[in-house]
Design a protein around this ligand. Structure first.
Ligand code: UFG
Length: 333
């Protein structure tokens, strides 16, 4: 079976590619190499024991996208290509709508052109906006509070209308909470070419001496230790959820599922885990809250586990250990 991964060279996409390889799929990668180094393609080819075709194509270029999708003729597309920084989305909102919304429309047109009816979408918990209740279930109001979140929600809605339009189309929208960690063997970690702005890669950079220190963005939240709480899902578990969702797209339906552990972990707990595993002290200082951050958010993964089976096998500790290994950092034995 042939699966095309857009954004297959990025952090999430490359880990999904590795999981597809582990599960015997024939893989196509479509990526513009905007955030990933070009070597990742050969690196993936060497690591992934599967037939792999690479298209250096941008989802905003419909003229190049259509023939690429048609040439590969996938049975299923996993759409990970997109821009993903909340802060950047305030600076460049049109870029977010261009890539995340117009890029999705282009992809659907290219899929129609190639006769492909099955899609998995890399969505985000950011579509829910500020939590009205916890844990967040899939029927929580969809009220994103930044351009990035709005672009993801618009893409979801467009896919839903596309799915409804014709017989036999199947879409699974996977709303990620906080993907972290690295593939155990292939060590595909979160090491973007662009500046990191997520907690795990920032801590790795501090431990590697590439940054002076970590800013704890607020210690006055109404949480047990005052720092923000998130639902950190190991990238290997998240990738496995995609593999299982492939079968779901054979059903003519639109399925939206949270992908998370169902458990909150605080910034201080993450720091403590990194310090324990690296046997190093992290230079951290308290800074004001980041605008738009919420105190606590975590998933209800009840529906996704019911639909996909239990995909949560790793702990935050496993994610910390694999992040350190992928970043080439010493681990305390
Ligand atoms: N944090 C710090 N210092 C930093 C960076 C982050 O203390 O330098 C804290 C944040 O305040 C937050 C936690 O670490 O409490 C996690 O922050 P991240 O930036 O790693 O992740 P976010 O939860 O802010 O955002 C992530 C994804 C978004 C997605 C969102 C969905 O990066 O793309 O989850 O909930 F939209």
């Amino acid at each position: 079976m042939k699966v095309l991964v857009t954004g297959g060279c990025g952090y999430v996409g490359s880990n999904i590619v590795a999981a597809l390889g582990d599960n015997g799929y024939t893989i196509g990668i479509l990526d513009n190499l905007a955030t990933a180094p070009v070597e990742i393609v050969e690196d993936l080819r060497a690591k992934v024991d599967a037939k792999l075709t690479f298209f250096e194509t941008d989802v905003t270029h419909i003229e190049a996208l259509k023939p690429a999708v048609k040439a590969f003729s996938p049975h299923v597309v996993i759409h990970c290509a997109g821009l993903k920084s909340i802060a950047d989305s305030w600076q460049n909102p049109l870029a977010y709508f261009d890539v995340n919304v117009s890029g999705t429309i282009n992809l659907l047109k290219a899929m129609d052109y190639a006769g492909c009816t099955r899609l998995i979408f890399s969505s985000s918990a950011t579509v829910y906006g500020d939590p009205e209740f916890l844990p967040i279930t899939e029927d929580h109001p969809l009220a994103p509070i930044n351009p990035y979140g709005r672009s993801k929600l618009m893409a979801e809605m467009i896919m839903h209308d596309w799915q409804r339009k014709a017989e036999g189309r199947g879409v699974a929208v996977l709303r990620y909470f906080n993907p972290v960690g690295a593939h155990h063997d292939h060590l595909l970690g979160d090491n973007p070419k662009t500046p990191a702005n997520n907690l795990f890669p920032i801590i790795c950079q501090v431990l590697a001496g590439q940054r002076e220190g970590l800013s704890i963005l607020g210690d006055d939240y109404p949480t047990p230790d005052g720092t923000g709480e998130r639902d950190y899902i190991h990238i290997t578990d998240l990738s496995e959820a995609h593999i299982r969702a492939i079968a779901k797209t054979a059903e003519p339906a639109f399925l939206a599922l949270n992908i998370g552990t169902g458990k909150p972990t605080s910034v201080r707990q993450v720091i403590a885990e990194f310090e324990r595993h690296s046997n190093a002290q992290i230079n951290a200082r308290i800074e004001p809250r980041r605008p738009g951050d919420v105190a606590t958010t975590f998933a209800s993964n009840q529906l996704s586990v019911e639909k996909l089976g239990d995909y949560v096998h790793n702990t935050t500790e496993d994610a910390v250990a694999s992040s350190l290994r992928a970043a080439g950092l010493k681990q305390h034995s």
